[in-house]
Ligand binder design. Structure first.
Ligand SMILES: Nc1ncnc2c1ncn2[C@@H]1O[C@H](COP(=O)(O)OP(=O)(O)OP(=O)(O)O)[C@@H](O)[C@H]1O
Length: 313
């Protein structure tokens, strides 16, 4: 990861810890977490269920008290300076309470008035989340994905510099998931820093520029997504007409290639464009070249399987 100065960090935690005490004992939900979210783009906060993502977000937003450690938003200590920075932070941690019989637009207009945001932000927010055309429909007629997008639109009314979204695609169908992901991507590109919590590696891979992976409340890895994936040594699935002929070509080029039915599993440290170049030189044309999903996921699993999730300690 390239060196990042504190001033470039929108979110920073140092030694953050959260214990929940019960009659059964002490549950450590967040354990000595150093989180560093750079300014701009989408930062994934990736971890299996129960790994401490929501608890961390709740602490950052002043909704839960940290047992120990330090937190800053925009270089200002929180929760001490929360009132000074909250104007720049939008968050969707759970579905806000919208009025079911009012339209999406009416709900946003009421909210804009309540928080003193200019009325013209409503149309802009509706457009950003892709609800234009449906904003006049009653909230209660919205699909879960539309409700989620309205929740994001509500946070945009105050024109935040940082948007914190906790598992925004949970419970959505594939079309809803795609729409939310596109919205998040667009927000990241527009200059807003987005912290996207997710337990889905593919989601982080598709949407995020950088990511922090946690397991059992502890940081496991952090950095640019492409660097994290490079560490995992991606396997590529390659389909060509004559797979047997392709094996020695790839091996001469420094890759290891194994035949798996009609598909070649190709591994190596060079970029995938090198696979197509080597094969094309021998007049072997690719009909498919895809990163092996299983291997990308196994990286995540490798990091997280030893974690006894949510165990008492
Ligand atoms: N109020 C609470 N009291 C006791 N334990 C809690 C409380 N809130 C969270 N926990 C525990 O802390 C751990 C971390 O939970 P958290 O909700 O932060 O994880 P998460 O990564 O957000 O998971 P999910 O994706 O399932 O929401 C879990 O073991 C959870 O059971």
């Amino acid at each position: 990861m390239t060196a990042t100065t504190t001033a470039d960090l929108v979110i920073e935690t140092k030694g953050l810890r959260k214990e929940f005490k019960s009659r059964q004992g002490t549950r450590v939900a967040v354990d000595d977490l150093d989180l560093a979210v750079p300014r701009g783009g989408v930062h994934g906060f990736l971890g299996p269920n129960g790994s401490g993502k929501t608890t961390t977000i709740r602490m950052l937003l002043g909704l839960a008290r940290a047992t120990s450690g330090e937190m800053s938003l925009f270089d200002q200590r929180v929760p001490q300076c929360l009132s000074e920075v909250m104007g720049r932070v939008g968050a969707v941690v759970e579905m806000p309470k919208f009025l079911p019989n009012f339209s999406g637009r009416q709900n946003l207009t009421i909210l804009a008035r309540t928080i003193g945001a200019p009325a013209d932000r409503v149309a802009a927010a509706v457009e950003t989340v892709g609800l234009t055309g449906r904003d006049g429909d009653r909230f209660k007629s919205y699909s879960l994905g539309m409700k989620q997008r309205l929740a994001i639109a509500a946070t945009l009314l105050k024109d935040p510099a940082l948007l914190i979204l906790d598992e925004p695609t949970n419970g959505l169908d594939p079309a809803g998931i795609r729409e939310i992901r596109e919205t998040i991507r667009a927000l990241g590109e527009s200059g807003v820093t987005v912290l996207l919590s997710s337990h889905i590696l593919a989601e982080v891979q598709q949407v995020c520029d950088s990511a922090t992976i946690i397991g059992n409340g502890r940081m496991l890895a952090s950095g640019r997504v492409e660097d994290l994936l490079a560490t995992s040594g991606t396997t590529y699935l390659v389909r060509v007409a004559d797979a047997a002929a392709a094996v020695p070509v790839l091996e001469r080029g420094g890759f290891s290639a194994t035949l798996d039915g009609e598909i070649l599993r190709v591994e190596g440290s060079s970029p995938p464009t090198e696979i197509s170049r080597l094969l094309a030189e021998e007049q072997i044309w690719l009909s498919e070249l895809t990163p092996s999903r299983q291997d990308l996921e196994s990286f995540f699993l490798e990091l997280t399987t030893d974690q006894t999730l949510g165990g008492e300690r």
